[in-house]
Design a protein around this ligand. Structure first.
Ligand SMILES: *Cc1c(COP(=O)(O)O)cnc(C)c1O
Length: 370
């Protein structure tokens, strides 16, 4: 029996080994390690990849999100304690970023079919104190941005994308990072575009915002030793920027392979004890995670483990049940709670081989309660 790890980063990065060596030597020889030409090159490439005017490299995805919010506060668009709608199902960083900026997260329920925010979900919690909405492209699928953009116009709130899981996701020619006012990306090693350490970026076509994010992330300074704001240090290393530029050249091709594998799973996984996610248009989804659902998750996970297949849970405890948010007033979120109890992520990455895919499908299909 072949063991199938969930996400073998050594194998996934091995294809870039020569390119990484070249990138690293070049930075080493340049003698310049923070905010240099590798940053500029990556920022330009990634902004144009997303179809936006600006990209600002920052320390990680959480800070990319909080920097967007802090910059809007500095620009007078948001103010302390404004409410920000966030999905009840997401990685905890979405909520943490809101708190880090001194704002209040207001969770909204997600759709059961794809775990994403909906227009109705947003409307059901909206009130006049809401000044921004963060839509998360969870698992790599674009949130319903067109209808949220429409709502943002009607109600007058900022629309921000948490695109940490959706590099390259596209619908009707528009990519993640080009919707709404600004987007946050993470390049954590396991993301579709992953660095060899922490890294992130803010992508936006709002020039004033991009300038302000850059300033806050660099000690509140745009001119050396002149500090206009109480800033922080959140920058992208030259080494990571050089690595990311190399990986960006293959991102579309890697995403295509992910979609192909997901398509195979969607067609061939057939088990009455398992619910598959529903996707109408596969192109808009870049399958950072392939999550299946079962009320018998624990038994299913054990079954797959016995057959050598490693799985993960994204995410076992929703943010509103985390100790970190115990002081926030919480409505019940039955869909998010059910998702957190039933979701299970099976291996999906660009280097997964056909034989592994077949083994995974067979193992999932052979799950029964006896
Ligand atoms: C990974 C992730 C983040 C945080 O990114 P880091 O680079 O780890 O700080 C934020 N939101 C979502 C949805 C993520 O998946």
């Amino acid at each position: 029996m072949q063991k199938i790890p969930y996400y073998p980063l050594d194998r996934i990065n091995a294809v870039y080994s020569d390119a990484f060596t070249t990138a690293f030597s070049s930075v080493l020889q340049s003698g310049w390690f923070i905010r240099g030409k590798e940053n500029l090159a990556f920022e330009q490439n990634f902004a144009s990849f997303c179809g936006a005017k600006h990209c600002v490299g920052v320390g990680n995805g959480l800070e990319a999100l909080s920097l967007i919010l802090k910059a809007y506060i500095a620009l007078g668009v948001l103010k302390k304690n404004d409410k920000v709608i966030v999905p009840a199902t997401t990685f905890v960083a979405t909520w943490l970023a809101v708190r880090a900026a001194g704002l209040e997260p207001l969770p909204a329920e997600v759709s059961e079919s794809d775990s994403l925010l909906t227009r109705e979900g947003v409307l059901s919690v909206w009130n006049s104190e809401v000044k921004a909405v963060i839509a998360v492209h969870l698992y790599g699928k674009l949130a319903p941005m067109e209808s949220l953009e429409q709502l943002a116009k009607e109600k007058g709130f900022l629309l921000i994308e948490d695109a940490a899981q959706a590099h390259g996701a596209i619908r009707n020619g528009r990519k993640a990072g080009s919707f709404g006012n600004a987007a946050a990306f993470s390049f954590y090693p396991t993301k579709n575009l992953g660095a060899l350490g922490d890294a992130g970026a803010v992508v936006t076509s709002d020039s004033e915002l991009a300038e302000c994010v850059k300033k806050i992330a660099n000690y509140g300074s745009s001119k050396k030793y002149i500090h206009e704001l109480e800033g922080e240090n959140s920058r992208l290393d030259e080494v990571q920027a050089a690595i990311l530029s190399k990986k960006l050249t293959r991102l579309e091709c890697d995403n295509k392979r992910r979609i192909e594998i997901a398509n195979t799973y969607l067609q061939k996984i057939k088990n009455p004890l398992i619910r598959l996610p529903k996707y109408e248009f596969l192109g808009e989804h870049v399958f950072h995670i392939f999550a299946i659902h079962s009320p018998y998750r624990e038994a299913l996970q054990k079954h797959l483990e016995r057959l050598g297949i490693e799985t993960l849970i994204h995410y076992p405890i929703p943010p509103h049940h985390q100790g970190a948010f115990r002081n926030l007033i919480q409505a019940p979120f039955p869909i998010s709670e059910k998702l957190s109890q039933e979701t299970l992520s099976i291996p999906l990455h660009p280097q997964l081989e056909d034989s592994e895919i077949s083994q995974i499908i067979e193992a999932v299909n052979s799950f029964s309660l006896t």
